[in-house]
Structures are given as C-alpha cells and as structure tokens.
Write a protein that binds this ligand. Sequence first.
Ligand SMILES: [Zn+2]
Length: 195
Amino acid sequence: MNSMNGVPTSNLKTNAMSEETKKCCRCGLYLAPEHYSKCSARGDGLQNYCKICSKVKVAEWQKANASKYKNLLRDWRANNIEKVRIASNLRSARWRSRNLEYSAVKNAVRRLRERRNSFPLTAKQKLEIREIYKAAKWISKVTGIPYHVDHIHPLAGENFSGLHVPWNLQIITAEENRRKGNSGPAVASYLPTVL
Ligand SMILES: [Zn+2]
C-alpha cells in the first residue's frame, strides 16, 4: 500500500482542483478538512499544517528545545495544578485496574509454586518425577503427538488440590490435557466420604 507519513494515500483526497481539500504547507499534500486541526485565527478556520505534520513539528521543536520545553512544562504544571491532579488520578486508576489482573495472575502462580514445593520429596522421588517428564518428551518426539505431564488431581483443583508427587502424575496427550482443564478424576476414590 502506498503511504505518506504513515497514512495510506488511498484514504486521502489528493485532488488539487477540489475545493474540499487544503494544501498542507509542510508535506504539500491536498487533504480534506478533517485532516487539519481547527484554528479560529485563520480565514478557513484550519491550521496550515495537517494533523500529522503538526505532531511531527511539535515533536521536532520539543527535541530541539529540550530545556525550554522542560521549563514550559514545569510552569504549565504549576499553573494547572487541578488538571495535573485529575490526569494523575486517572493514570493511577488505570494502572491499578491493569495491575489488579496482573497481581491476580502473579498470586495464582505463586500459590501453585508453593503447592508444588509443599510436599517433602526424597531424592528417589525427585528423580522419578524427572523421569516422567523425560518420558513425556520422548513419547512426543517418537509419536509426533504432543504429550504433557498432567497432575491427576490438579495443583489448583476446584474443591481439592493435588500434590506435585510421582503418584499424582500421568502422561496424557496435550489434547486430553486441554479437555481435562482444572478438573480432577471423575471420582477421587481415596477421599474419605466425610468430605
Ligand atoms: Zn502535512
């Protein structure tokens, strides 16, 4: 796709003869009025630069006048304490709502890890677990079908959490594992009936 300043030219009216377009003094494109910001001081009520060129111009000026810009910004902030406060509150509200989800995920991962390490395993049991994971990898390689090591009773089950121990591990296909999700076996036969 052809583009000018990142804007697909097919979206822009570039007909110099049309009365509905205005030539941008910077990029020289003939653009429809919606591509210009308003400027009441000018006859046609539009800026001389298109919106994209205006942004580029401002960015260039800020870069060339870094210390002046910093001072201007500081003065503006000092004179607009209320606006700054509102903007800052908005930012932190947005940050909080994003991080709520984030920390929920982080906490879940931490609980799983704690659960994983909660059972004291012997060296032989640890080796057994490693062998089960190796076997799953090997079966996947040989068959070309992805196999996973699954916790028969999930570490984060709905009503009951399993352990990361050899006797709670089984090798099943990734497909079966997806279908199983976080549900345990149909009947947890060894659970006491009082549960
Ligand atoms: Zn322009």
